[in-house]
Design a protein around this ligand. Structure first.
Ligand code: 3LM
Length: 390
């Protein structure tokens, strides 16, 4: 199985040995009978294989973890009840009071909010390395670097090989939130990044009906994240949701191709519209990191587009957003349905106005998650909504 399309269908999944069921059964159970005290004790001691309790591990969730480890080229993965639970488990599992976490922004507002609201309360110093650069921001206390492979919402990239090299030279762990790209476009571990993290709520699920997160990496790093995040914090994914993600990932490469095609068409359309001041899409030659995007991203430039109106005000953004008919006004992304949101008042309302300003999250910025509908219909919707915005 060398091709991602094949692995997306098959990895981690086998016909059920008991019944032959092709779809991975939903193991809707809290505990697992172990027969004898001796066998139970051996499983709990880690001396015999076997499931114990679904907070620790569950067969449906394990199939999903195996599939995602395969797609990210990792030894292991651990799933959580949300992307945010995955992020907090990485922090709590791998950092200690006195450690520093440095990030290259912008980040999803909730991630930066979590770093500051929870990390700082527990003695983890949070360093925004965006302005100064990573090399200049690392100190002897830096233990982890956090980046997004395509940033939310401004669609910037980081040279992952460079990030990994700078961090590795200082013995610092690296985490890449790969939510916007998915393993279809980039596999961070191939560039030396230690952990790839996802909000599965987005493209991996793909249908806007399940919340989950996952982290993939070496056994040595995944083990403490699993132990803390599941065993101690209890952020486990339910088997029902795991089933939806297993099913969703089977069509991920096909959906991503359609998302990329639609987003490219929409980005080009917006770039030629007189009411639009700037379009953020890594596939446009005008994107300041287009060359890096061409080098890093395989098979497309993603399904997310952000744009700023000439009249860079909330009322102008509202006038456009409120006229959209096919795009649904909602947060989240990566669904088959197209979504549109105003990051300043929603996804990035968790961070300060200063952070929003630094990251270009202006009042006139609109973010589109381009679904798999026909691009002509999406462009017609935007054309209608923008008609009075000039
Ligand atoms: C959003 N983002 O609309 P969950 N990492 C990235 C993300 O975009 C997100 C998470 C982690 C959005 C959610 S905003 C109220 C809705 C890059 C989520 C967190 O915990 O599964 O939501 O993932 O941009």
């Amino acid at each position: 199985m060398t091709h991602l399309r094949t692995r997306a269908v098959h990895a981690g999944q086998h016909p059920d040995p008991g019944t032959g069921a092709i779809a991975t059964p939903i193991s809707q159970t809290t505990a697992f009978g172990y027969g004898t005290l001796e066998h139970g004790a051996a499983i709990f001691a880690g001396e015999a294989p076997g499931y114990r309790y679904s907070r620790f591990a569950n067969p449906t969730v394990a199939a999903l973890e195996a599939k995602m480890a395969d797609l990210e080229g990792a030894q292991a993965a651990v799933a959580f009840s949300s992307g945010t639970a995955a992020t907090s488990s990485v922090l709590l599992g791998l950092l200690n009071p006195g450690d520093e976490i440095a990030f290259l922004g912008p980040l999803y507002g909730g991630t930066e909010g979590l770093f500051r609201a929870v990390g700082e309360r527990f003695g983890i110093r949070v360093v925004d390395a965006t302005q100064q650069g990573l090399a200049a921001s690392l100190t002897p206390a830096t233990r982890m670097v956090w980046v997004e492979t395509l940033t939310n919402p401004s669609l910037r990239l980081h040279d992952l090989a460079e990030v990994a090299a700078i961090a590795k030279a200082r013995g610092v762990l690296t985490v890449a939130d790969n939510t916007f790209c998915t393993p279809c476009l980039v596999r961070p571990l191939a560039y030396g990044i230690d952990l790839a993290m996802h909000s599965m709520t987005k493209y991996l699920g793909g249908h806007g009906d399940a919340t989950g997160g996952i982290v993939a990496g070496s056994v040595a790093l995944i083990a403490p994240v699993r132990k803390t995040g599941l065993g101690h914090v209890g952020g486990n994914l339910s088997p029902q949701e795991a089933f939806l993600f297993l099913r969703g990932i089977k069509t991920l490469p096909l959906r991503m191709a359609a998302h990329c095609e639609g987003a490219a068409a929409v980005a080009h359309f917006l770039a030629g519209h007189p009411a639009v001041r700037v379009v953020h899409y890594p596939g446009l030659a005008s994107h300041p990191q287009h060359a890096l995007a061409r080098r890093l991203l395989q098979g497309g430039f993603g399904g997310m587009v952000a744009f700023e109106l000439v009249r860079n005000e909330r009322s102008a953004a509202a006038a456009v957003l409120n006229r959209l008919q096919l795009f649904t006004q909602a947060v989240s992304l990566g669904d088959v349905d197209s979504l549109a949101c105003h990051p300043a008042s929603t996804t990035h309302s968790f961070v300060t106005a200063a952070v929003r300003a630094q990251n270009g999250v202006t009042e006139g910025l609109i973010r589109l998650s381009v679904g798999i509908e026909h691009p002509d219909d999406l462009m017609a919707d935007l054309e209608h909504a923008l008609r009075h915005a000039v």
